[in-house]
Ligand binder design. Structure first.
Ligand SMILES: O=P(O)(O)OC[C@H]1O[C@H](OP(=O)(O)OP(=O)(O)O)[C@H](O)[C@@H]1O
Ligand SMILES: NC(=O)CC[C@H](N)C(=O)O
Ligand code: SF4
Ligand SMILES: [Mg+2]
Length: 526
């Protein structure tokens, strides 16, 4: 596809990227995104093991990407002293005690990847590191650039060679070759970041490490999450645990600061949640603290943010906090809303573990039908699985789940899952439950049907592969042998997400629902 950015009636349209080089073969579900993490100590040399902290931070983000990972650290004094370790696979297999020991530093960033714009290969592992005349930079990215190809042509047109098809390498190089207006080639990195954000509005959450500081950047729509934390001094966290201090939540005491895609890992590394990075915000995190450098506006006068609603539905870990609310609580609200929209008489409410469970509890509370577990999940089988034949694929679900037959036999049950994508998971589960003696199985889905592709970092199958485009709820129920099937409405999902949302400016509240409605956050040229 020929890439260009067009302007009609002063509205800039972004020509979509035609080819995608990543995206492995997956048979069920949505494939995820990436996790970014950064940490910096306040006292140098630090007693905090920065590499270990980043590694634990990444382990907490493992659900966001399982293909490869990397950590880059800096001792803070010398540009040449970046220590790098990257590899393919899961974090615990890539980082051993020995590799962690070599990653000396007072600050560091890390990445765990699910590929979107370039193949799942070692060369595309992040963070990317480049050395410039203004020092080294390391960059980790969650998201996908909607106008990747036009930006690529721009960078290549300046005589810069790119070594991969990764949009994250492209961001890194684009920062290096695009000095801000009125500056020939200076070291003003915030101005370069601002400039990049004007060139590309979606989608990225970035952590960018320089010799002695880290920049956190969230795209102007806030499409992907990013938040900040404070590493609590060991003494006060121990004293608090022992009840010796009231642990003043407003205390600014910090042994360091962290930045992360999600807050779920903060407590386990001795950090406390501070706040989200705002849409369009550039934050500078140094040993002196966290400082807002700038907030870049959304293009074309758009007043609404476009935070990915599927972070709430499925991607994020339930103990993470977005927009002032815990993901688990939002999932419960979705279940409650679903009970209001699609109640049916039954003996028990249950869930497809793990991500359907919070919604099932919400459904149970709202409907006054008792919750009971009916499926036991094999924890050694991953979120998605690839099998070479249809028979093995179908058995894949059986491999992943077992039926708790004593809870199921003779019962009319309502089974909640968070989403249906290709429709491969739910049918075999119903068969499993019927084989275990279920009398009736009513499927309730805590999100609307997926109908459109995502261009912002999530691997949603093509329109033809999405079961929601092929079968209506009645037809799907018949195909999977359910007694009934109903989805949560788009309005119901949005209402559930916004029930307890906290904001200083209600006028800017907004969520991307493009894969459900076809309404993308910006004007796209197809
Ligand atoms: O309609 P399908 O294409 O089969 O996909 C839908 C399923 O995929 C996801 O689960 P997944 O197994 O990926 O992860 P989970 O164990 O975290 O729920 C999602 O929670 C649904 O259960
Ligand atoms: N899932 C993501 O956020 C991927 C980041 C980047 N587009 C890559 O492919 O590496
Ligand atoms: S299209 Fe769907 S998955 Fe993609 S960012 Fe929007 S809500 Fe999220
Ligand atoms: Mg699931």
């Amino acid at each position: 596809m020929e890439e260009k950015t067009t302007k009609t009636n002063n509205v800039k349209k972004y020509q979509l990227t035609g080819k995608r080089f990543g995206r492995g073969a997956v048979d069920s579900g949505l494939t995820h995104e990436c996790g970014v993490f950064g940490a910096i100590a306040t006292e140098w040399p630090t007693q905090i093991d920065i590499a270990q902290t980043v590694c634990l931070g990444l382990v907490a983000l493992q659900h966001r990407g399982q293909e490869s990972a990397g950590i880059v650290t800096s001792e803070g004094n010398c540009n040449k002293n970046f220590h790098i370790h990257k590899g393919m696979g899961m974090i615990n297999n890539i980082f051993t005690d020995e590799t962690i020991k070599k990653l000396k530093g007072n600050l560091g960033i890390g990445h765990t990847r699910y590929s979107t714009s370039a193949a799942s290969e070692e060369v595309n592992c992040q963070p990317f590191v480049v050395h410039t005349i203004h020092g080294a930079i390391a960059l980790a990215h969650n998201g996908e650039l909607v106008n990747c190809d036009s930006l690529r042509n721009d960078v290549l047109g300046r005589g810069v060679g790119l070594s991969t098809y990764s949009d994250s390498e492209l961001i890194t190089q684009s920062l290096c070759v695009n000095p801000p207006v009125n500056e020939v080639n200076g070291p003003d990195w915030p101005a370069r970041i601002r400039h990049l954000m004007k060139l590309t509005p979606l989608s990225y959450s970035l952590v960018i490490m320089m010799k002695d500081k880290i920049y956190g950047v969230r795209d102007p729509f806030g499409n992907r999450p990013l938040c900040l934390g404070r590493i609590v001094p060991l003494e006060s966290s121990t004293r608090k645990a022992n009840g010796l201090t009231n642990g003043n939540a407003n205390s600014q005491e910090a042994d360091g600061y962290v930045i992360s895609s999600e807050s779920c890992g903060f407590l386990s590394i001795g950090a406390r949640y501070v706040r989200e990075v705002l849409p369009g915000e550039i934050v500078e995190i140094s040993r002196d603290g966290i400082r807002t450098v700038d907030i870049v506006e959304r293009p074309n006068g758009k007043d609404r943010q476009a935070f990915c609603i599927f972070e709430y539905v499925y991607f994020a870990r339930s103990d993470s906090i977005f927009e002032g609310q815990m993901v688990y609580s939002v999932r419960m609200q979705c279940g409650k809303q679903l009970a209001r929209e699609a109640f049916i008489e039954a003996d028990i409410v249950s869930s497809v573990p793990e991500s359907g469970t919070a919604a099932a509890h919400g459904f149970s509370r709202e409907s006054n039908i008792a919750f009971a577990e009916v499926l036991c999940k094999n924890r050694y089988v991953g979120r998605t699985f690839i099998q070479p034949s249809t028979r093995l694929r179908q058995l894949g679900v059986a491999k992943k789940f077992g039926a708790l037959s004593e809870n199921v036999a003779g019962k009319r049950l309502i089974l909640i899952d968070d989403s249906i994508v290709r429709g491969n998971t739910i049918g075999p589960i119903i068969k499993l439950l019927r084989d275990a003696g279920a009398k009736e199985v009513h499927i309730r889905i805590a999100s609307p049907p997926l109908l459109y592709p995502c261009y912002m970092g999530i691997n949603i199958p093509t329109r033809e592969e999405l079961i929601g485009n092929k079968l209506n709820p009645e037809e799907l129920a018949k195909q999977i042998n359910a007694d009934s099937l109903a989805y949560l409405s788009v309005d119901g999902l949005v209402r559930a997400v916004r029930t307890n949302l906290q904001t200083d400016n209600p006028k800017t509240i907004g969520h991307c629902t493009a894969c459900l409605t076809g309404e993308y956050p910006i004007e796209l040229d197809w």
